[in-house]
Design a protein around this ligand. Structure first.
Ligand code: HEM
Length: 201
């Protein structure tokens, strides 16, 4: 049982690290031969790439509970915290890439962007929800907050909703991925709503 837990965790971990390895590889190709791997604007490509993986991993974290029920897998449930922390880390890297490539770490410029660009305000709000969840994800906080811990971790609903609003706001063409992410979220909401209503009856 312990071996199976470790095996499932290792597989999930490898899947979550793989996109970063691929990005590292593309950056090294780009450094050797500019324009060969990341297109005309490598900074933009990196910001977008990290953003795409942020939303995918966030949705994956939200899928674990229904998947666990469908597959009757307790091992998968044990990966939930790790997946959540990875989602948070990807968003932080997305933010850092944006600060580096778009703003060159001009902090005052960042406050102007947060105030003036609604899609940045919404993205930062999603990040704030994830930050609260990441900080309180430890056993110690779970014990300290008791029943309120579950309530606080419902912030995942707000974080994904805000992330999707961020995406709908900034996307100008090529809406296919966005439609898939939104449908994925809606199916998960339906699944959760169905299991709550089954428990009530
Ligand atoms: C949960 C939080 C977030 C998620 C899931 C997310 C996701 C994404 C995705 C998928 C894209 C690419 C869209 C495309 O390819 O068309 C993107 C772009 C972008 N995001 Fe985020 N984001 C989040 C938070 C943030 C935050 C906190 C910031 C910065 C303060 C930010 C700034 C940007 C910027 C500047 C772009 C590129 C816009 C452009 O080039 O036109 N995002 N985001």
């Amino acid at each position: 049982m312990v071996a199976l837990n470790k095996f499932v965790k290792a597989i999930v971990f490898a899947c979550l690290v793989a996109p970063l390895c691929w990005l590292g590889w593309q950056i090294s190709l780009e450094l050797q031969q500019p324009g060969s791997a990341l297109g005309a604007d490598p900074g933009e490509a990196i910001v977008h790439y990290l953003g795409e993986w942020s939303i995918r991993i966030l949705l994956f974290a939200f899928s674990i509970t229904p998947l666990r029920r469908l597959l009757k897998s307790r091992e998968l449930a044990r990966t939930r915290r790790m997946v959540g922390l990875f989602a948070f880390s990807y968003v932080v890297m997305h933010l850092l890439a944006y600060l580096f490539f778009y703003l060159e770490f001009d902090w005052s410029g960042m406050w102007v962007e947060i105030l003036e660009r609604p899609y940045i305000t919404v993205g930062m709000s999603a990040l704030a929800c994830l930050l609260l969840m990441a900080v309180t994800s430890t056993r110690g906080w779970q014990r300290r907050l008791g029943r309120n811990w579950r309530l606080l971790h419902r912030l995942i609903y707000a974080a994904i909703t805000l992330a999707l609003i961020h995406l709908w706001w900034l996307t100008k063409d090529g809406f296919e991925d966005l439609v898939v992410y939104t449908l994925w979220f809606m199916v998960l909401l339906w699944f959760r709503w169905r299991s709550v209503s089954q428990q009530l009856h």
